[in-house]
Design a protein around this ligand. Structure first.
Ligand SMILES: Cc1ncc(COP(=O)(O)O)c(C=O)c1O
Length: 388
């Protein structure tokens, strides 16, 4: 796997002269690379990109162009995709607990693929969308993921047949199973366990006369940052082999979010304040926890903060804080850094997933502007030609 998208320092400095910080730079080439990498190493798998990880329209458009389908979680996501011209057949409404607004949107737009994990959800779906195709989400315990989704979602394997039967009785097309092993998984182990549980349920359902035909292996594939010590190709191949062997006549779906979006964005932020408090160095940045760094709270993510390599000098430990008036708004504590000056820029790579997606305008700060790398590059080249 190639090194993820990262702006050079020369470019960071040029961009910081041209655009007001904080800003994000999105690489559509990296979007394409990540999507194709999954397709290459999970051949035949139908990818439903989990747009909650990054709903940036240009990223969505790129994936749509490449043939991706989409995992949606709400009415807002359904309408957004529909307005972009994405057909409802390319959406799965994969939030196990759906709102009336969400189901109304699904009905209006024509979405007919859903996941569920309880009897109450079966009734809701059957009332809104008679005959809809449904996948039962099963719980897969996995403490190794960064974000464990299985404490909140998923039916016990022991309940699976009863729930599938009930869905069928309510006139739904009980087509298969889905699971999510938790987010940022760095090994194939949880997937292999989930495949074995799923095979068992497929077999039990067949004995009951229910031929399941779809298996959705969810998301959870890790953000392949440069220092992640995982061979992604090997990990995906370890999942692909049992899929091919044990689910030969089954449609396989996946719902990757962070793997596709995580490495596609870089943030450029700036030091707007420096203070020494009780002997500790503090740097205030113009982006914080209520902005792109929201992933610290929502995604348990620790962001790299890179400073210009041209700066030499002894390292100190510093606290980096965001610009809001909230004391919670701290980005990193005891972070090793060379000492920084006012206005100095800081580069944050690999911040494309669960970052800008959950940023707010708290305190009236605007969300960081998103620049498209391929467009910005052209502008920089024109600038250079104009100078020479
Ligand atoms: C139902 C569902 N599918 C897919 C995803 C995407 O997961 P990831 O970003 O770990 O690939 C999530 C994340 O919360 C999810 O809830």
């Amino acid at each position: 796997m190639r090194q993820p998208f990262k702006l050079s320092w020369n470019t960071v400095e040029k961009l910081a002269e041209r655009y007001t910080t904080p800003f994000l730079v999105l690489s559509l080439d990296q979007v394409e690379y990540n999507y194709r990498f999954l397709q290459q190493h999970l051949p035949g798998v139908n990818v439903f990109y989990a747009m909650k990880s990054n709903p940036e329209p240009q990223l969505i458009n790129k994936l749509a162009e490449l043939g991706s389908s989409f995992d949606v979680a709400s009415d807002g996501e359904i309408y957004a995709l529909s307005e972009m011209g994405i057909a409802p057949e390319r959406m799965v409404y994969a939030n196990p607990v759906k709102t009336a607004r969400g189901l109304t949107a699904a009905k209006e737009v024509g979405v007919r693929q859903f996941t569920f994990d309880s009897a109450s959800e079966i009734d809701k779906i059957a009332d809104f969308i008679p005959g809809a195709t449904v996948l039962l989400r099963i719980r897969i315990d996995n403490t190794a993921s960064l974000v464990d989704l299985n404490k909140k979602f998923g039916a016990d394997a022991g309940e699976a047949i009863g729930l599938l039967r009930r869905a069928k009785e309510r006139g739904l097309d009980a087509a298969g199973l889905c699971f999510h092993v938790g987010s940022q998984n760095t090994s194939s182990e949880a997937y292999l366990n989930a495949l074995s549980v799923s095979r068992h349920i497929f077999d039990s359902a067949a004995l009951e006369g229910m031929q399941l035909r779809i298996l959705d292996i969810g998301g959870g594939f890790p953000i392949p940052t440069g220092d992640l010590n995982v061979d992604m190709q090997a990990m995906l191949e370890q999942i692909q082999r049992p899929l091919a062997k044990f689910f030969p006549n089954t449609e396989i779906w996946a719902e990757p979010g962070r793997f596709i979006s995580g490495t596609t964005m870089n943030l450029v932020t700036r030091v707007i304040g420096t203070q020494v408090r009780s002997g500790n160095q503090w740097y205030f940045l113009d982006e914080g926890l209520y902005g792109t760094f929201s992933g610290i709270l929502f995604d348990h993510w620790e962001y790299e903060l890179e400073t210009s390599k041209s700066k030499k000098g002894p390292e100190i430990e510093a606290t980096f804080a965001g610009p809001s008036c909230d004391s919670l708004d701290v980005v990193a504590r005891n972070r090793k850094t060379v000492s920084l000056e006012m206005d100095e820029v800081v580069l944050v790579p690999n911040c494309g997933a669960y970052s800008s997606a959950s940023s707010t305008t708290f305190n009236g700060f605007a969300k960081a502007e998103v620049l498209i790398w391929e467009e910005v590059q052209q502008k920089l080249q024109k600038d250079m030609m104009a100078v020479s």
